[in-house]
Design a protein. Structure first.
Length: 346
């Protein structure tokens, strides 16, 4: 889809969001949830400790590939906590949230500051063709304008990007590691020394553990499975949120309420989906109120949905399978003009 086609919102729209905010606040949904996060910290710590214990006891074995799958899940759950810390959902103070963020970034091998900066730009301009960094992925095209600008191999990839989408997610983890290292190397983060120390500690510790316990071939296979599936899990957690939803072209302005609701998609499915997607399945509520603790998003969802219904605002919500189907259909549609275009003669 291209533009929403929606005109600039009327002045009363600002009052709409203020009214919704008051309703959410009156229900206590901005209140911190220390117990929920304490439980999550404890669970993740137990999973990490248990996983590395099994890794050490199992030793040099091809069964370690199952351990790699386990760590792909655990690393994603750790990344979700880092995401929450980046939005200041856990503690009221910035310092405490940053400490949690730096720690979890180090555990999974990412620059916390780099990711927060990139993610905040996305939140400010979701699905904006020029300003959303999540639409700036060279290997994929999310708008017809992007597709038309592709040349060579990238043009071929755009033609068949719906089929290549999930395989490409195998590279997402590597891409995040490389981008984090580049950001620190180029001094694009404030706490350069802290971030550099944490990244080096992660890389050295991770590679030492893997190559010390496993044979070289097993170690390479372990890293490929772990990092590849971690990338797939992350991609499958973020892709349903906006991909295939309306995009905003340059110059189009919407108020906060409509900008966030019209470009976001929720994924329903109960507590299993809540856990698997780290609360990102409540994407509309999260984008409207990014500082809301994850555990409160479920309670906010019916309030926001009813508010949108009364205001005549489209509220997109589908199943997990339905969300991926919508993403793939969108990618396939974007590549259609290129598939239909005649091949240039040599």
């Amino acid at each position: 889809m291209a533009s929403t086609g929606a005109p600039s919102s009327p002045p009363r729209s600002i009052g709409d969001f203020a009214e919704l905010t008051r309703t959410i606040k009156d229900r206590g949904l901005f209140d911190r949830r220390p117990g929920s996060y304490a439980l999550r910290f404890g669970m993740n710590a137990a999973l990490m400790a248990g996983g590395w214990t099994v890794f050490a006891l199992l030793g040099s074995s091809w069964w370690q590939l199952l351990t790699a799958v386990f760590f792909a899940v655990v690393f994603t759950q750790l990344a979700f906590v880092g995401h929450d810390a980046g939005h200041k959902q856990i503690f009221r103070g910035r310092r405490a949230n940053n400490i949690v963020g730096y720690l979890h970034g180090a555990l999974v091998g990412l620059s916390f500051e780099w990711w927060v900066g990139k993610h905040n730009r996305h939140h400010a301009n979701p699905n904006h063709e020029d300003d959303d960094p999540d639409l700036d992925i060279p290997l994929l095209s999310f708008t017809h304008a992007q597709a038309a600008g592709k040349r060579g191999f990238l043009r071929w990839m755009t033609k068949y990007q719906a089929f290549l989408f999930f395989p490409l997610l195998l590279l997402e983890g590597l891409s995040l590691h490389v981008a984090s290292i580049q950001a620190v190397w180029r001094n694009e983060v404030k706490a350069t020394r802290v971030e550099a120390t944490l990244l080096v500690a992660h890389i050295v510790g991770y590679l030492t553990a893997v190559f010390l316990v496993l044979s070289p071939l097993q170690a390479i296979a372990f890293i490929a499975v772990h990092q590849g599936l971690w990338g797939v899990y992350l991609g499958c957690s973020f892709a349903p949120n906006h991909k295939g939803m309306p995009t905003l072209p340059a110059g189009e302005k919407l108020d906060h309420l409509r900008k966030q609701v019209l470009t976001s998609r929720n994924v329903r499915g109960g507590w299993i989906v809540d856990f698997a997607l780290g609360g990102l399945n409540y994407q509309i509520e999260h984008h409207l109120f990014p500082g809301m603790p994850r555990a409160n998003l479920r309670r906010a969802q019916p309030v926001v949905q009813e508010f949108c219904r009364r205001r005549g605002l489209p509220y997109s919500q589908t199943s997990a399978a339905g969300s991926y189907a919508e993403v793939l259909r969108h990618l396939h549609a974007i590549g259609a003009p290129l598939r239909a275009a005649p091949t240039a003669s040599a």
